[in-house]
Design a protein around this ligand. Structure first.
Ligand SMILES: Cc1cc2nc3c(=O)[nH]c(=O)nc-3n(C[C@H](O)[C@H](O)[C@H](O)COP(=O)(O)OP(=O)(O)OC[C@H]3O[C@@H](n4cnc5c(N)ncnc54)[C@H](O)[C@@H]3O)c2cc1C
Length: 447
């Protein structure tokens, strides 16, 4: 693979600098004072964790920052990551009434970060009442936002929460996936520390199903919560996938997330296959690592691309080139990637999901010269693991749960996050984990 030359440390730092910087005190108070404290608070409804946004903002305006952080954390245990990484323009800020007046919405994400930064800078003062131990324990598989939220809530309800995590560093995609120019691994680890401060135990480097069987933890605990997220990107299923220079987007992003930028090799010309948010992250990260040209290859058109508008704009600003209606059929090269053979596509009729089906155009084959291919075709739930659990119903390749209690078809097993929704946002996983803790509490009390 023809590698892009390494940059200097300061160039890497500049390229991966936060795209949304922190507020100063003056700016935060000014912004907080703009909030209209609307009677119907559309922002609260738009937040999947229903944070009482006007109240935490009001507390910022009176310099009651610890009170403000308490209001936020009562609804969301991973509020720092959410403040930095939530697609706020589609959620709380998108619902702000200022949009209707043609004015800038309140910068809710930045204000939330202002409060939570203050809370962590002040060593997480004790704000939450904890019930006495009830002698029951819950095994939680996965320490992503779903597992962490579940562990935090259960710990406060008096349970012993034991989290089993494959990785040596906990936090799930908050630690390993979110683009570093949005939030850093260190942010995620502050949230892990908060959950641990409630007494939750996080056992890292343990893969359930490999290092310990599911049956063993099922016997050990009174209930189980599954928050395993999804697996790596799906395979491309075209010749050349094993050539040097072909990588899976999740693995590439994990390498970048370790922030030892010089250790991550990137090609001069990079093709990212897929057009979801993960594809965009992989593309912008490749560009920030020094790739000369980064292309997104997508077989449908701009209209059908799954990435949200904010991410698409970000990619365009970073100079990412989009090849729409293009489908790769072979990765070229002897040992290393040298090109991507592709076909031009046109759109046919809608499929059962309402998306127009891409159809190859005859004799349209062409080659795009590249020296790295990143596959970002979307992720799936770990089939082998979920199928090994008794009485667990799978629907549309995801774990089926009751939408109120998050109980699966195996009564003692609950689940939430990406493994039940197929891949949404951190905030959805945080909500699921918290609600599931209450589902588990009701179930155990009912026995
Ligand atoms: C590249 C990328 C970028 C993203 N960017 C954003 C963003 O900017 N904003 C946003 O809101 N959302 C973003 N998301 C989505 C968000 O990260 C996820 O929706 C969220 O992390 C899901 O949380 P989870 O707890 O369900 O799973 P995860 O965060 O995936 O955590 C699952 C955890 O379970 C562990 N695990 C799995 N199997 C086992 C096992 N058998 N035993 C023990 N442990 C196990 C894994 O190691 C992992 O730590 C992004 C996703 C990706 C892939």
């Amino acid at each position: 693979m023809e590698k892009a030359p390494k940059l200097s440390l300061s160039e890497y730092e500049k390229n991966f600098d936060e795209i949304t910087p922190a507020f100063s005190k003056n700016s935060a108070v000014l912004e907080a004072n703009r909030c209209l404290y609307c009677y119907d608070s559309p922002c609260i409804k738009a937040c999947p964790t229903h944070i009482d946004i006007p109240t935490f903002i009001k507390k910022i305006s009176t310099d009651n920052l610890i009170g403000s952080a308490k209001t936020i954390l009562e609804s969301n245990w991973v509020a720092l990551t959410c403040a930095k990484a939530c697609p706020v323009e589609e959620l709380c800020e998108g619902a702000c009434v200022y949009n209707e007046k043609g004015e800038q919405p309140i910068q809710i994400g930045r204000l939330q970060r202002y409060s939570i930064d203050h809370y962590f800078e002040n060593n997480m003062p004790e704000l939450f009442e904890q019930k006495e131990s009830n002698g029951k324990s819950v095994g939680i598989i996965g320490s992503g936002p779903a597992g962490l939220a579940c562990a935090a809530e259960l710990s406060l309800l008096g349970y012993k929460a034991v989290v089993y995590e494959s990785n040596e560093i906990p936090g799930g995609l908050n630690s390993w996936g979110i683009a570093p120019y949005k939030s850093r691994q260190a942010d995620s680890l502050k949230e892990v520390a908060l959950v641990e401060s409630f007494g939750a135990e996080i056992k890292t480097g343990i893969t359930v199903g490999e290092d310990i069987s599911f049956d063993e933890i099922f016997r050990k605990h009174d209930a189980i919560f599954i928050g395993i997220g999804l697996g790596n990107s799906q395979s491309l299923n075209i010749p050349g996938e094993n050539l040097v220079g072909v990588v899976d987007a999740i693995t590439f992003i994990e390498d970048v997330k370790q922030e030892v930028w010089t250790n991550v090799d990137v090609g001069k010309k990079v093709a990212v296959i897929g057009a979801g948010n993960t594809a965009i992250d992989a593309a912008t990260e490749a560009k920030r690592l020094g790739a000369e040209k980064v292309m997104i290859i997508y077989r449908r058109s701009e209209k059908e691309m799954p990435a949200n508008d904010y991410e698409y704009e970000l990619a365009k600003q970073d100079g990412i080139v989009f090849h729409f209606l293009t489908s790769p059929i072979e990765i070229m090269g002897e040992d290393s990637v040298t090109g991507l053979k592709s076909l031009k596509m046109e759109l046919g009729k809608e499929d059962e999901k309402g998306r127009r089906v891409p159809i190859p155009i005859a004799d349209s084959e062409f080659e795009i010269p590249v020296d790295m291919v990143i596959s970002a075709l979307g992720q799936k739930v770990k089939k082998h693991f979920v199928e090994s659990i008794n009485d667990l119903q799978i629907e549309n390749k995801l774990i089926l749960v009751d939408k109120e209690t998050f109980q699966t078809t195996n009564k003692r097993v609950f689940a939430g996050g990406d493994c039940i929704n197929g891949g949404k946002e951190v905030v959805n996983a945080a909500y699921d984990g918290k609600r599931a803790a209450h589902g588990i509490d009701s179930y155990i009390k009912s026995l």
